[in-house]
Design a protein. Structure first.
Length: 212
């Protein structure tokens, strides 16, 4: 089971197998996700068994902490909750692990890569729970309107998901020091420009990610 991993030149590498310890470490929490995005690597990425991010069972908080106990946190720049699933489906686990990491090293940078649907998943406002624990929230925008967002993400919440995602982003601005929204470059320049307008309207920067 790959819990901690790194990324290099299109390859996901179990941290235990990394010859040189990288500066950015990813935490693989879950396969669960309320979306089935048309461009998602879950559908296209083939991985070796030893480095597969597909989890047969979800790691417990204790198992995650046990892995971190093997490393000096001072060698890492940032720890990112990510993986092939939506990390905030396991909100409580993230909070517990984040508290452990901050207790070990107060200035360690923690980031969550998310689809921004945590409030719909948990049926409550979740951004305030991240305050003081998470330093960056990176939200996948990927569309400039609700209809296109639903077509691309095929999320289980339907058309309301887009506005909920934007509301979540604004909530995060009040609780987390750094919030960014992202799109993949395969959506085309016209749509990227339209997404930039959306981000400008809520005062959150847009980052364009290369599609693997």
């Amino acid at each position: 089971m790959v819990i901690l991993y790194t990324y290099n030149n299109g390859n996901y590498i179990n941290l235990k197998d990394a010859e040189i310890k990288p500066k950015n470490i990813y935490v693989n929490l879950t396969n669960k996700c309320p979306c089935a995005c048309t461009f998602c690597l879950r559908n296209t990425k083939e991985m070796a068994e030893t480095n597969s991010l597909w989890l047969k069972t979800e790691p417990t908080v204790e198992e995650i902490i046990e892995e971190f106990e093997e490393y000096d946190l001072n060698q890492f720049n940032e720890i990112i909750f990510c993986g092939f699933g939506e990390p905030l489906t396991r909100l409580e686990a993230i909070l517990e692990v984040a508290k452990y990491l901050k207790n070990r090293r107060k200035d360690i940078k923690l980031r969550v890569n998310t689809n921004g649907l945590a409030d719909l998943i948990h049926k409550k406002e979740t951004a305030p729970l991240l305050k003081g624990l998470i330093d960056t929230v990176s939200i996948s925008l990927n569309a400039s309107n609700a209809e296109e967002f639903l077509r691309l993400t095929r999320n289980k919440f339907g058309i309301e998901a887009y506005d909920a995602m934007l509301k979540y982003a604004v909530s995060c601005k009040e609780c987390v020091s750094n919030v960014v929204m992202t799109v993949v470059d395969c959506i085309g320049q016209e749509e990227i420009d339209a997404c930039k307008v959306v981000c400008d309207s809520i005062g959150i920067p847009l980052r364009v990610r290369a599609f693997e």
